[in-house]
Design a protein around this ligand. Structure first.
Ligand code: OKP
Ligand code: ZN
Length: 336
C-alpha cells in the first residue's frame, strides 16, 4: 500500500501536556514518527494541495489564530508552548478578544493541545498528507495510508483539543465530496471517540460517521461519544457511536467492528475513510483496551473485506516500542 508523510509534520514538538494534574512529557512525540518511519521504509513525500481544502472545513478566524498563536504568546512574554487556562463553557460566540490567553480558551477545549512554535506548518502539511493519500485513492487505487501526526479527529471547525488542530479526516472527506464522491463513510477505530469529526458532520446525510471507542463515561473525551448521539436535522441517523468498556479484547471488538462495517456497507459510500489509532493496543500508556499486534492484521482484513476504496489516516497510538509493528500489521491486513 502506498504511504505518505511530510517531513514538516515533525516541526510540531510540544514539550509538555497537563495530564491528571501534572505537567508531563507530551505523549504525542517525535518518537512516534521515528517508530512508524522505520516500520514503513517506503513512505512517499506528500504533495501540496493548498489552503482551500482546509478552509472548506475550518473557519478563517480559527486558521488565522492557529497561524499566529505561538507568536502572540511569545510577544506576550510567555515561556514554552501556548496553553489555555480559561474556557467559555457557556455562551461561546465570536468576540474580538485582545489577549492571547482569551483566544486560546476560545479555540481550545482541553490542556493537552498546546500550540508550539512549529505547530501551524506541521498541521498544514499534516492535512496535505491526508489529501495526498486521498488523491491516490481518487485516481483509482484500492487504498492508501496517510501517516498523519499529530492526530486530527478531535478537532472541530473552530477548535483544537485531544492533540488535534486540523481535522485531517474531515478535510479529506470534504475534498472527496467536492471531487465527485457522492457519499463518504468515516469509520473511526482509534481508542478515543472522534468527537471533532462527529461534530463537523453531525447535520449531514452525505457523510456517515461511525466510531468505535472506549466508553466516554470513563474515558476521554467524556462529553461526546455516547450511544444516543445519532445525528441531527438532515443528519439524523447518520452518526453512530459504539462505546466499549475498558479491557475490551479482540474477540469482542471484532463483533462491534462487524456491526459497524455492516452499517457502512448499507450506506453504500463511494469512499471509506479510516481514522486509525494504535492506542487500542494492550500496552498503550494512556488507553485501556487489550488488542494485540496480530489482531491488527485481522482488523485490516475485515475492513478491507467491505471492498470500498479506502483512505487510512493515522490518529493515536502511544506505545512507541510497539507502534511500528502495530501499524505495519494493520496495513498488512489490506494486502498489497
Ligand atoms: C488523542 B487521540 C489521559 C489524558 C488524555 C487526551 C488524549 C488525546 C488522544 N490522562 N488526553 O485520539 O489518540
Ligand atoms: Zn486516541
Amino acid at each position: 500500500m502506498k504511504s505518505y508523510f511530510a517531513e514538516q509534520q515533525s516541526l510540531h514538538a510540544p514539550a509538555l501536556e497537563l495530564q491528571n494534574g501534572e505537567m508531563v512529557p507530551h505523549a504525542e512525540s517525535q518518537a512516534r514518527v521515528d517508530a512508524i518511519k522505520s516500520a514503513l521504509p517506503g513512505l512517499e513525500a506528500s504533495r501540496d494541495f493548498g489552503i482551500d481544502p482546509i478552509l472548506a472545513v475550518h473557519t478563517p478566524a480559527y486558521i488565522d489564530f492557529l497561524k499566529r498563536a505561538h507568536c502572540d504568546w511569545v510577544e506576550a512574554g510567555r515561556p514554552g508552548d501556548a496553553f489555555p487556562y480559561v474556557f467559555p463553557v457557556r455562551g461561546r460566540r465570536p468576540l474580538s478578544l485582545t489577549r492571547i490567553d482569551a483566544e486560546l480558551g476560545q479555540y481550545a477545549y482541553d490542556c493537552g493541545t498546546p500550540v508550539a512554535a512549529g505547530t501551524w506548518d506541521a498541521v498544514y502539511w499534516n492535512a496535505q498528507t491526508a489529501l495526498t493519500g486521498l488523491d491516490h485513492v481518487m485516481q483509482g487505487a484500492r487504498h492508501s495510508f496517510a501517516f498523519c501526526r499529530p492526530p486530527g479527529h478531535h478537532a472541530g471547525r473552530d477548535y483544537m483539543g485531544g492533540y488535534s488542530y486540523l481535522n485531517n479526516v474531515a478535510i479529506a472527506a470534504e475534498q472527496a465530496r467536492s471531487r465527485g464522491a457522492a457519499k463518504v463513510a468515516v469509520l473511526d477505530v482509534d481508542y478515543h471517540h472522534g468527537n471533532g469529526t462527529q461534530d463537523i458532520f453531525y447535520e449531514r446525510a452525505d457523510v456517515l460517521t461511525v466510531s468505535l471507542h472506549a466508553d466516554p463515561k470513563s474515558d476521554y473525551p467524556f462529553y461526546w461519544g455516547h450511544a444516543d448521539e445519532r445525528g441531527q436535522g438532515a443528519g439524523a441517523g447518520f452518526n453512530r457511536n459504539l462505546p466499549m468498556p475498558r479491557g475490551t479484547v479482540w474477540a469482542d471488538y471484532k463483533q462491534r467492528l462487524s456491526d459497524a462495517l455492516e452499517e457502512v456497507a448499507q450506506f453504500q459510500p463511494d469512499l471509506l475513510i479510516i481514522p486509525y489509532g494504535a492506542d487500542t493496543f494492550v500496552g498503550d500508556p494512556i488507553s485501556f483496551f487489550s488488542i494485540e499486534t496480530a489482531d491488527y492484521t485481522e482488523m485490516g482484513m475485515l475492513i478491507s473485506g467491505v471492498g470500498l476504496p479506502t483512505l487510512i489516516c493515522m490518529e493515536g497510538g502511544y506505545a512507541v516500542d510497539a507502534l511500528g509493528a502495530n501499524v505495519a500489521a494493520f496495513i498488512g491486513g489490506f494486502g498489497t
